[in-house]
Design a protein around this ligand. Structure first.
Ligand code: B4P
Length: 194
């Protein structure tokens, strides 16, 4: 059943392809509006950095550009949300749900979702941004071969999630070509109305 501690929280999912700029925009949203930002990619990389046995298996999956198992991600996310439940003004859940089942399980076992902020960007742009980040990030998944696979995973599995929530009128689609500040202006014009 959903967690009663989260029943009154504002909850936003933040979606977009790899390199759509969702992590970047979340940082700016937090700076202005003070939400709690939880990136499932960051939670997974923290788990890897901890050196645990589970972490080693995660690296192998992320290197292939595939999705980590639903149970693993959901458990990490639920724990992180419950830790912040008392103090949070609202949650930005970045990079989740990556497949339809993740969304359904979240709503059944964690909490409701108010809206989905979706950053829409052309594949070419995403690829360019990630290749640029690859020069300095040291991330196991920032290389051309994995980037192509991550884009495919996004189109095959995550795009249907966006369509699912769009049918419920919960999606705010932000056209996310252009500079970080141009994109953030669009985000602000939506969040200021809320
Ligand atoms: P993530 O960590 O979510 O990685 P990402 O999709 O690349 O997004 P990120 O937030 O890092 O990048 P952003 O677009 O902001 O996932 C990594 C992996 O973890 C997945 O492949 C999967 O294996 C696993 N995983 C994560 N969540 C999961 C889940 N729920 N279920 C299962 N598995 C999961 O930015 C990219 C770059 O673009 C940055 O360098 C930024 O500086 C740059 N940039 C941003 N905006 C820009 C702009 N306007 N112009 C130019 N550059 C810009």
């Amino acid at each position: 059943a959903p967690c009663s501690e989260l029943a009154h929280a504002k909850i936003y999912f933040v979606l977009g392809g790899p390199g759509s700029g969702k992590g970047t925009q979340c940082d700016k949203i937090v700076a202005k509006y003070g939400f709690t930002h939880l990136s499932t990619g960051d939670l997974l990389r923290d788990e890897v950095a901890s050196g645990s046995e589970r972490g080693k298996q995660l690296t192998a999956i992320m290197e292939k550009g595939e999705l980590v198992s639903l149970e693993t991600v959901l458990t990490l996310l639920r724990e992180a949300m419950l830790k912040k439940a008392k103090e949070s003004k609202g949650f930005l859940i970045d990079g989740y749900p990556r497949e339809l089942d993740q969304g359904k399980r979240f709503e059944a076992d964690v909490s409701h979702v108010d809206s989905v902020i979706y950053f829409h960007v052309a594949d070419e742009t995403m690829k360019k941004r990630l290749m640029k980040r690859a020069e300095t990030s040291g991330r196991v998944d920032d290389n051309e071969e994995t980037i192509v696979k991550r884009l495919k995973t996004f189109h095959d599995l995550t795009q249907p999630v966006v369509d699912y929530y769009a049918k419920q009128n919960k999606v705010i689609q932000i056209e996310a070509e252009g500079t970080v500040d141009e994109i953030f202006k669009k985000v602000e014009s939506y969040l200021d109305k809320k």
